[in-house]
Design a protein around this ligand. Structure first.
Ligand code: MRU
Length: 356
């Protein structure tokens, strides 16, 4: 098997085994391990533990997960089927709070059930199967379109900085923030990519660097506190990040540290682009402050990646998994329907109008 991660499926459905198949991202870059998950608690854990992660990939995993739950419900009675489906949906929805794709995908699956009440249960299960596959295939088309739009904004030889992993590993294919890089690379562009290591869970060092390097792209890992120096050196012509939820005013919530990168970009006059599938834009949320921010356990900061503890026993730890870049720091938001520019309250509404 090739080491190029672009040849692997991040998240998939194995019909024969009734399993969600994921690349275990907690093992990368040292081991390429596929996990085949059939139990709902294992699917919940896979999302919570970041074995599958990144907003779009979480959405696809949840859609497949809730389909598998529905497939196992053994009743011909709709009301009973729906009650059990809803319990499975709510369970998976409780795995992580910030990435709106989780709720977006589960809501889409629920609509399939509610819109087809009069059909036999076996037919509803088959429609749920098709919707889960649609959500995955749509994600591939959406990421490709984001990549093509993003590529318009950069040129051959550019230095690009990214934070966290919004690449193939975070989606069904290509990624969002890394899609312009992957697609450009395939067209012969030579980019130099700087990946923030992204403390505390190291999605930049472990995942983005692995993904880009395995695809033959010039990649340099930096610690998060080196981003300013790299920008000051003039090595970065554009910053691309993904997002977990964008508010209607354009405030873009992404991996903790994104806000700092956006502030640095403004200071150094470097364009700061947020790549956002419309499935990650939550028009029901007015502003960034209203986005629920996940807080994760202390051991991720103090112990998880070290042989020995790196902070004193009993010390307080604050470990928010996300922050948001204020809309005024964002040069453009790149969606599958085109590039939105400030003021985002208007341009995002125009993007959604194109969807209909
Ligand atoms: O905690 P994670 O690793 O799921 O956080 C992921 C990110 O912050 C990504 O940048 C975001 O989900 C966009 S993925 C295309």
């Amino acid at each position: 098997m090739s080491d190029n991660i672009m040849n692997y499926e991040t998240v998939d459905l194995d019909d024969a085994k009734s399993a969600l198949v994921i690349l275990n991202q907690t093992k990368l870059p040292n081991e390429i391990e596929a996990l085949s998950l059939t139990e709902q608690k294992d699917i919940w854990n896979a999302i919570y533990l970041l074995q599958v992660r990144g907003a779009p990939a979480i959405g696809v995993a949840a859609a497949i997960g809730v389909y598998l739950a529905a497939k196992a419900i053994d009743t011909p009675v709709f009301d009973e089927f729906y009650t059990r489906f809803k319990a499975a949906k709510d369970y998976l929805a409780s795995s992580r709070p910030t990435a709106v794709n989780l709720f977006w995908a589960l809501d889409r699956m629920e609509k399939v059930v509610l819109n087809n009440k009069s059909l036999p249960i076996a037919r509803i299960k088959s429609l749920l199967h098709d919707e889960a596959i649609n959500i995955k295939e749509e994600d591939i088309r959406v990421c490709r379109a984001i990549g093509e739009y993003g590529l318009i904004l950069i040129k051959d030889g550019d230095g690009i900085l990214t934070h966290c992993n919004a690449g193939q590993l975070a989606t069904a294919k290509y990624g969002t923030a890394l899609a312009p890089v992957h697609i450009g690379h395939e067209k012969g562009y030579r980019f130099k990519v700087f990946t923030d290591e992204t403390r505390p869970l190291l999605q930049g060092a472990r995942l983005s660097a692995f993904e880009l390097h395995s695809h033959g792209i010039d990649t340099t890992v930096i610690c998060d506190n080196m981003a300013s120096q790299v920008m000051k050196n003039g090595w970065v012509q554009a910053i691309f990040v993904g997002c977990d939820r964008v508010a209607a005013n354009g405030d873009a919530c992404n991996k903790i540290g994104t806000s700092g990168v956006a502030i640095l970009a403004k200071y150094y006059g470097i364009p700061f682009y947020v790549c956002a599938p419309t499935s990650t834009i939550d028009m029901s949320i007015e502003k960034g402050e209203d986005i629920p921010i996940e807080e994760r356990p202390a051991h991720e900061v103090t112990e998880m990646w070290y042989k020995k503890r790196m902070a004193p026993e009993g010390v307080k730890v604050y470990n928010p998994a996300f922050d948001f870049a204020d809309n005024e720091l964002i040069t453009a938001i790149i969606t599958e329907y085109g590039i939105a520019r400030p003021p985002y309250t208007e341009s995002l509404r125009e993007i959604f109008a194109k969807k209909i």
